[in-house]
Design a protein around this ligand. Structure first.
Ligand SMILES: [Zn+2]
Length: 767
């Protein structure tokens, strides 16, 4: 076709170009000049880029290209990592490879040669990738350029494939097989924090938890390799490849502390097993000042490295179903259950723990004070409905702290009435209970509540003690945080910081308060009330050496018919705060449908909260301060469990609230340390050796010049036991001597006596 460059508008037809007009010679020359300039410019630019790739970075790309045998393909970007608050890795990506073949490259081969090579490839790959040879042969027959054989292949298999290609270079195997570098998500701590982290799908896309919520941040930008092909459709030498490198996604630094998380999971799982909890449980630790979540455990979780694998128990339920369709349905339900974050996505009736809210609102409105009294005669009637106290003889006259500690429903109905529905609803909104909690996790549930005129006298009465409406565990934690932190509503969150691949901060998560909901004065009063509750009512929340505040709750669920008949089902919960004089953390524990026969929050959930606190408070930098009474109670006599079956020994230790460690896999206890009848501090651990197990040696730490609390912490860390002599309760006296010299190697569990004597009559250890 002739190039027409005549721009005279009058010679164009309407909408068409007149090709009949013949251009003059000058015009053609001018046109060629312009075209020439354009071509030269393009060539200069591409030569420059090609030169950069060939000369400057050529070596790198040659290496990459020859290793990977890449053609025209995407390079997947590594996903960003997830860290705990101390930069311990929680989720990362390890290199993986996609194995593919290029069936179109077989087309120019002669039939005999084609068959031989296809057979060789199918045989080799089936062995390395543990796949059926016939399946691979089928793939080689496809009429396409690129077909995936297997995804997420690890390094050892990828190396074997490379070796296979080299060994068969005479057959030019590498013309038909290739490896694309990708990444595979890896969770180094297996089940730890699985419901928080979530997991990813086949293409590394976040499907649950933080992986889903922060998917855009974590996903990087794919790179691409384009290879030139010669006239026969074969690849040109790799120096003609152009390549854009993949960019790694941003990483998330979370507020999760792996030790706190582990501690929550350990004690929650123990309680769920012991109390035969049917509907799972949750334990959460939150910083009350800024809403940072340090630990969030959900029982019955999963391993995010294998998210589609059910627990043995659940798999048994699936296997028991014979109908295939029904089987798939059951499996899907159970998988969704194990992935579901109960702390965020499930609502519950908070029960008596919610009395913190009712007291806060009434105190803030000056409708009650510490000296207000309330009477309880077992029953209390509201609008024709009779409400009962849990104490049949009634609590009589109580002040506010006593009513709270007694968890007396009639008293709190009266407080609700003083508040009235309008004010109750005003505070409900102020505390953010009419909305989803602002957590950075997917699937946050919306509370349900009696709004507007739907809150009549009976709804107000039941709401006052935490029944007939639903909130999430995180809502209950934010109420508690505001109650003790000076009155500020915090937003719970898990991400602290988003960083790029070089570790530079991209975004810091703000910890601003949402608003102040009660005054500092009201908050002070609430702290006193909550400490009174733990000291007098919820005594299972007591942690020796610490001032703890808390509240228990037992909410009744709608009765359920189960195999043994109709049962009332309960949720036992507890929220604790420590140190209550200067609150740092709140611990929430909830056990949903305990079937052990015990269901009171004070009996089953408060001990879990106390155990978590006992382990994490020293770790978080709060040293215990023991009272004289506590020092007295601290010492405990070790029972004799030698010869016991392991299970019986465990029971004995649990009953005495002694920690223990079983060494070896034998059936019976052959030796114990400390020996029976030895006195040790109750925070210690008894080491129980089973058949054929060996002593485990540890070094005695320096235990002088410390407070009693510090001695206990140091001993627990070192794996030894201590018992105090002298005046350990006096905060002005530090430990002066230890019965075994620091640095001595002793069997784990050995008891060291640590003495506390006034400096007037004892040697003070010097360093
Ligand atoms: Zn009562």
């Amino acid at each position: 076709m002739t190039l027409v460059l005549d721009y005279k508008s009058d010679e164009f037809g309407s909408g068409g170009i007149n090709l009949t007009h013949k251009p003059n010679k000058n015009m053609i020359n001018r046109a060629f000049l312009v075209l020439l300039i354009v071509i030269v410019c393009i060539s200069v630019i591409s030569t420059a880029s090609l030169a950069k790739i060939m000369i400057i970075e050529g070596e790198k790309y040659q290496t990459l290209a020859s290793e990977q045998q890449l053609y025209d393909t995407f390079l997947s970007a590594p996903r960003g990592d997830i860290y705990d608050r101390n930069m311990k890795l929680l989720a990362t990506s390890s290199p993986a490879w996609t194995v593919y073949i290029t069936p179109n490259n077989f087309k120019n081969l002669k039939d005999g040669e084609k068959k031989k090579i296809k057979n060789k490839i199918a045989g080799g790959l089936s062995e390395i990738l543990d796949m059926s040879k016939d399946d691979i042969l089928e793939l080689t027959d496809k009429k396409t350029y690129y077909v995936i054989v297997k995804k997420s292949v690890d390094k050892s298999a990828a190396d074997k494939i490379r070796k296979f290609m080299t060994e068969n270079s005479d057959l030019k195997i590498s013309n038909y097989i290739g490896l694309d570098t990708t990444t595979k998500r890896y969770y180094p701590n297996d089940t730890l924090a699985s419901t928080v982290l979530g997991f990813v799908g086949d293409d590394n896309q976040g499907l649950a938890g933080l992986e889903s919520y922060y998917n855009n941040e974590l996903t990087g930008i794919s790179g691409r390799v384009v290879a030139a092909k010669n006239a026969k459709g074969n690849d040109m030498p790799f120096t003609y490849q152009t390549m854009k490198e993949a960019k790694k996604g941003n990483s998330i630094v979370t507020s999760i502390d792996s030790y706190v998380q582990y501690t929550c999971e350990k004690y929650l799982d123990d309680a769920v097993a012991e109390e035969q909890v049917a509907e799972r449980g949750t334990a959460i630790v939150m910083n009350v000042k800024n809403g940072e979540i340090l630990g969030m455990a959900v029982s019955g979780d999963f391993n995010p490295n294998e998210p589609f694998k059910l627990s043995e128990l659940d798999q048994g339920k699936v296997d028991a179903v014979s109908d295939e369709e029904e089987k798939a349905k059951v499996k899907s339900e159970l998988l969704n259950r194990q992935w579901r974050n109960k702390a965020v996505s499930d609502t519950y009736e908070p029960g008596s723990v919610f009395k913190i809210f009712t007291a806060a609102a009434a105190l803030e409105e000056n409708l009650v004070n510490k000296n207000s009294t309330f009477s309880c005669n077992y029953t209390y009637s509201v609008a024709g409905n009779l409400y009962h106290c849990h104490l049949k003889r009634g609590h009589g006259i109580q002040n506010l702290a006593q009513a709270m500690s007694n968890s007396c429903n009639p008293a709190f109905i009266q407080i609700g009435q003083l508040l009235n529905a309008t004010r109750f609803q005003k505070y409900f909104k102020a505390f953010g209970l009419d909305q989803k909690v602002g957590i950075d996790l997917p699937g946050a549930a919306t509370p349900t509540f009696h709004s507007g005129d739907k809150m009549g006298p009976t709804e107000l009465a039941s709401s006052s003690f935490g029944q007939t409406f639903n909130i999430t565990p995180l809502h209950m934690l934010t109420i508690t945080a505001a109650a003790v932190n000076g009155g500020y509503l915090v937003e719970p969150h898990i991400a602290k910081e988003i960083i790029d691949a070089d570790g530079n901060t991209v975004k810091t998560v703000s910890t601003a308060y949402k608003r102040q909901v009660i005054s500092g004065k009201t908050s002070e009063t609430l702290k006193e009330l909550l400490e009174y509750v733990v000291q007098n009512g919820a005594k299972n929340g007591i942690v020796n050496g610490y001032r703890v505040g808390g509240k228990t709750g037992t909410s009744q669920k709608i009765s359920k018919i189960i195999s043994t008949g109709e049962h009332s089902l309960y949720i036992g919960s507890y929220v604790g705060v420590a140190p209550i004089n200067n609150p740092d953390i709140a611990v929430f524990v909830m056990l949903d449908e305990p079937m052990s026969g015990r269901y009171y929050g004070g009996a089953i959930s408060a001990p879990v909260g106390a155990k978590i606190m006992k382990d994490i408070l020293p770790y978080l930098g709060h040293s215990p301060q023991y009272s004289a009474e506590e020092i007295e109670k601290l010492s405990i006599k070790v029972p004799d469990v030698k010869g016991f079956e392991v299970a019986k020994a465990r029971d004995t230790m649990s009953q005495l609230k002694l920690s223990y460690k079983i060494v070896g896999n034998g059936a019976k206890i052959t030796k114990q340390l400390p020996e029976a009848d030895t006195n040790i501090n109750s925070g210690g651990t008894v080491i129980l050796y089973t058949d054929g197990s060996d002593d485990d040696a540890v070094n005695v730490p320096i235990l002088t010049g410390l407070t009693a609390g510090e001695v206990n912490t140091a001993a627990a860390r070192a794996g030894i036991n201590v018992v105090f002599a002298g005046d350990a309760a006096r905060s002005d006296i530090k430990s002066s001597s230890q019965s075994i010299v620091a640095g001595t190697s002793v069997p784990r569990g050995t008891v060291v006596t640590v003495s506390f004597f006034d400096s007037g009559n004892a040697d003070i250890a010097t360093e």
